[in-house]
Design a protein around this ligand. Structure first.
Ligand SMILES: Cc1cc2nc3c(=O)[nH]c(=O)nc-3n(C[C@H](O)[C@H](O)[C@H](O)COP(=O)(O)OP(=O)(O)OC[C@H]3O[C@@H](n4cnc5c(N)ncnc54)[C@H](O)[C@@H]3O)c2cc1C
Length: 413
């Protein structure tokens, strides 16, 4: 039975609970996996599972390379993943910038520095998502993954609580993809999860809006990612390949609305109130169009929205962008899920184990970043936080490490 979105949304809420109860005991082997979304989570998972002999199909809405809204700061912990996935050389050949430290500037110009060594190794990487995501997708093809790109998910077919197949629109035709296990790796929009659960689309007035574009900078900040805190949000400024720099910022949505949603006005009127931002952005020439996204919330979402549907990456949990660790979490989440699928090869036990391993690995750092979020959006608190962290290397190192750490959250230390 093919169930299109509207029909599924009506029946899913009523039927889901009963279906889950009836099938708690049933078991299904996993031989084939269909993954929706070819960001770092989806491509990394596809590469890992194809390498372990599973039949993998990867479905991506866009055609790569494409620009993607992101701070483009790749945390040091991601680099060993690139090596394991077989993309390290390909990514290195793009020529991204090595980042040795991240410096947080409060509006008045005081700063606190977080060396990349505190986050895992002596350097992080700054590289455009266009090139990074392309490298991962190309590697997935090499690893034997069947890829449909330019192929948005359009419908889900389910029976007895299991998703049997999904439909995607590819080159003007509808293609049906059947699998034993389906993975929502399509980012914060979670289209597969929404289709199977009937969850409402995100709030009409989301609390935050993110913007990003690339610039030709006048002033170099080689080797350093800079975070500018300002009234209503924060911005990240990082060198990337080709001598360009990425400016990515997140603001409370009313701040954007008051400025008609114009990124340029937010830069001039708010970001440049931060004295360091004004210095770095002075004379910088924008070389790409602005991208914008809404952000509805943070934290762990529904990890197993149906009996054989799992969520990974941002679809599973979203961490605050100021941590610069969303891509790391996407890669780590893919590693966790691939390990669970390889170890269990059956959906019921895989489901239980995945939920518990995911929480063990990520709940602590998500709580730490929720705690720090208060300071990120309030300039007075941000100033105090920068002064406090700047006066104690021990404190700033502990906070930086906690945004990456598995296990105990801040509240339990
Ligand atoms: C403002 C901002 C700044 C950030 N800065 C950083 C940073 O500096 N460093 C960092 O590590 N993280 C950062 N992040 C977080 C990071 O971007 C995400 O954590 C990361 O991209 C998650 O990867 P993913 O693979 O889960 O999802 P995504 O990268 O979002 O990939 C999902 C893929 O699914 C595809 N897709 C979506 N819908 C469909 C559909 N219907 N059908 C088929 N395919 C679909 C999309 O086209 C996309 O390619 C930032 C986020 C924001 C909002």
């Amino acid at each position: 039975m093919i169930t299109h979105l509207g029909v599924l949304q009506n029946c899913a809420a009523a039927s889901r609970k009963g279906l889950q109860l009836r099938h708690m005991g049933s078991s299904r082997p996993i031989e084939s996996v269909a993954i929706v979304g070819a960001g770092p989570a989806g491509s990394a998972l596809a590469i890992r599972l194809a390498g372990a002999g599973f039949g993998v199909t990867l479905i991506e809405r866009d055609r790569f390379p494409r620009q993607k809204l992101c701070g483009e700061f790749v945390s040091p912990g991601a680099l060993p993943h690139f090596a394991e996935l077989g993309v390290a050389e390909r990514i290195e050949s793009v020529g991204g910038a090595a980042i040795h430290e991240t410096r947080f500037y409060e509006p008045g110009g005081r700063s606190v520095t977080v060396p990349s060594a505190w986050l895992g190794s002596s350097s992080a990487l700054s590289i455009s998502r266009a090139q990074m995501d392309l490298a991962l997708l190309e590697r997935a093809v090499e690893a034997g993954v069947t890829v449909f790109d330019g192929a948005p998910l359009t419908a889900v077919s389910h029976a007895d609580g299991f998703v049997e197949s999904i439909k995607v629109k590819h080159e003007g035709k509808e293609v049906t993809v059947a699998a034993d296990l389906f993975v929502d790796a399509a980012g914060r929009a979670k289209p597969l999860t929404r289709m199977v659960t009937g969850a409402a689309p995100p709030a009409e007035k989301p609390p935050y809006i993110g913007f990003k574009s690339h610039f030709r900078p006048r002033v170099s900040n080689s080797g350093r990612c800079e975070i500018f805190l300002f009234d209503g949000g924060y911005a990240g400024w990082s060198p990337i390949e080709n001598g360009h720099a990425n400016l990515c910022f997140m603001v409370r949505s009313e701040v954007a609305r008051e400025r008609g949603g114009h990124a340029g006005r937010i830069v001039d009127e708010l970001i440049c109130q931060n004295s360091r931002a004004a210095e770095m952005l002075d004379g910088a020439e924008r070389v790409e169009k602005w991208l914008a996204v809404t952000v509805s919330g943070f934290g762990i979402a529904e990890l197993t929205p149906a009996l054989n549907v799992f969520a990974v990456g941002d679809a599973g949990a979203f961490i605050d962008p100021f941590t610069g660790s969303g891509m790391l979490m996407a890669l780590e989440g893919a590693e966790t899920l691939a390990g669970v699928v390889k170890g269990h090869q059956e959906v019921n036990s895989a489901r239980q184990v995945y939920r518990s391993e995911f929480r063990n690995r990520f709940a602590g750092r998500l709580r730490t970043s929720a705690f720090l979020r208060r300071a990120a959006f309030m300039p007075r608190l941000a100033k105090l936080a920068v002064i406090a962290a700047g006066s104690s290397a021990g404190l700033s190192e502990m906070l930086a490490r906690l945004t990456r750490r598995s296990g105990a959250p801040l509240g339990r230390l």
